[in-house]
Design a binder for this molecule. Structure first.
Ligand code: NAG
Ligand code: NAG
Ligand code: NAG
Ligand code: NAG
Length: 392
């Protein structure tokens, strides 16, 4: 099971590749650290020993479609490798540990007893997930992570953050075991945990994602910088909708599908960017308005509330270009474009003749992820409260 966590207004939603929707009983207490501006006072600069950006390779979790991208951290002393999804929809770090028995057996487990720097935080919490929609129906099931708080040294690409707040997974619903990674590193819009520590050591307060389709490969994340070898044109920057929020979201004045718009699609909305989610989510009326411009044959999939589908033999030829309009910091309109090739998410498990379509209905939220991000180089400027995009 994919496991991107979106912490939104105190609510913790699981909005992963399979678009499960979740509510936290007890969300892991995020470690909140004062925002670091990228433009730091001179004295602070002099006191600091600047860190240089590092780039880490990312692997693609692909199941019929590109679901999530994950890479390695090291945790503890001596360092143990822990693979995580770098998830812009959440903020904390959690991963499988040896405190978790059989349910975590398919994953590499961190052994805190072998780390001389591990400190037990003493608190236990859990996150439960109720199902929403996805290619792998789990209606009625409860998905749960049980967590134990702690602190340890966390490293990435040779950079190191001592005494970083983290959560050990001590139990999980067995189905999480299909994840080819051990956990999640939240990369929310306010610096916390690992990233905040690196920024306080002098790393520039931004990171960049190059999330490629599996066929292209070489996906990577650069922490503290921008890898300008990965795109040709200019980056276009837009200010985040709310500079105080931990959520990466931009205000979109308008959506277009196949070059057309409607009254419903012309509404201004804040669109969340979640690298841990592959489908896109819009309120039901918006989803229906979008599908109306694609095909009358796309229908809600009864087995999974919020999911839609169409006969797999009809989906391949459907034009479904989605342009999400934004406005740059310079006041210039630009679109982020999802090509027609993203429409097909793959066959439903309960009916393989029906293929799930990209847009999920979810009232109260507009959210995009991998299906748009993999067509752009993206810069997540934490200190500058803005996001940058360049076509790749
Ligand atoms: C993570 O590290 C393991 C070895 O510890 C390596 O096999 C794997 O390729 C690494 N993954 C990535 C995405 O770099
Ligand atoms: C682990 O979680 C499963 C499923 O939620 C539950 O049935 C089981 O009792 C839990 N095991 C422990 C040791 O808490
Ligand atoms: C990039 O920006 C520079 C400076 O504003 C401009 O001269 C150039 O034409 C731009 N390139 C593209 C591909 O838009
Ligand atoms: C955005 O896409 C729509 C629909 O294709 C198009 O009409 C509009 O001109 C585009 N806007 C920009 C700034 O490219």
């Amino acid at each position: 099971m994919s496991s991107a966590l979106l912490h939104l207004l105190g609510l913790c939603l699981l909005l992963p590749a399979y678009s499960l929707l979740a509510a936290a009983q007890t969300a892991p207490a995020p470690q909140t650290i004062r925002l670091q501006s990228r433009v730091v006072p001179v004295e602070a600069t002099l006191r600091r020993r600047a860190l240089n950006p590092v780039t880490v390779p990312l692997a693609d979790f692909f199941l019929g479609t590109d679901l999530q991208w994950f890479g390695n951290l090291t945790v503890g002393t001596p360092p143990q490798t822990v693979s995580v999804v770098f998830d812009t929809g959440s903020s904390t770090l959690e991963f499988a540990s040896t405190l978790c028995g059989a349910p975590c057996d398919n994953q590499v487990k961190f052994d805190s007893s072998k780390s001389s720097t591990f400190v037990d935080g003493g608190t236990t919490s859990s996150i439960t997930f109720s199902t929403g929609v996805g290619v792998d129906p789990v209606v009625g099931a409860n998905y749960r992570l049980t967590l134990r708080s702690g602190r340890d040294t966390v490293g990435i690409g040779g950079l190191s953050a001592p005494a970083t707040s983290l959560f050990l997974i001590t139990n999980q619903t067995a189905k999480f075991g299909i994840d080819p990674f051990s956990g999640i590193q939240g990369m929310g819009a306010r610096a916390q945990g690992l990233f905040a520590s690196l920024v306080s050591q002098g790393l520039p307060s931004l990171f960049s994602l190059y999330l490629t389709p599996k066929a292209v490969g070489n996906a990577e994340m650069t922490v503290g910088g921008i890898d300008s070898t990965k795109f040709a044109g200019n980056l276009t920057f837009a200010s985040v909708a709310n500079a105080n929020s931990n959520t990466w979201s931009l205000t979109s004045p308008q959506l277009f599908v196949n070059g057309k718009t409607t009254t419903v699609l012309k509404a201004s909305r804040n669109v969340i960017f979640d690298s841990g989610t592959s489908n896109i989510l819009f309120p039901t009326a918006t989803a229906n308005a979008m599908y109306a411009l694609i095909s009358a044959d796309i229908a809600p999939h009864a087995a999974e509330p919020g999911a839609y589908g169409i006969a797999c033999d009809k989906i391949g030829s459907l034009p479904a270009v989605i342009d999400i309009g934004f406005t740059s910091q310079n006041g210039v309109a630009f679109n982020l474009t999802i090509p027609s090739s993203e429409l097909n998410v793959g066959p439903f498990a309960d009916n393989p003749a029906i293929c799930q379509t990209l847009i999920n209905a979810f009232d109260g939220l507009s959210l995009v992820g991998g299906s748009v991000l993999k067509h752009y180089y993206s810069v997540w400027d934490v200190g500058g409260h803005r996001m940058g995009f360049a076509a790749i």
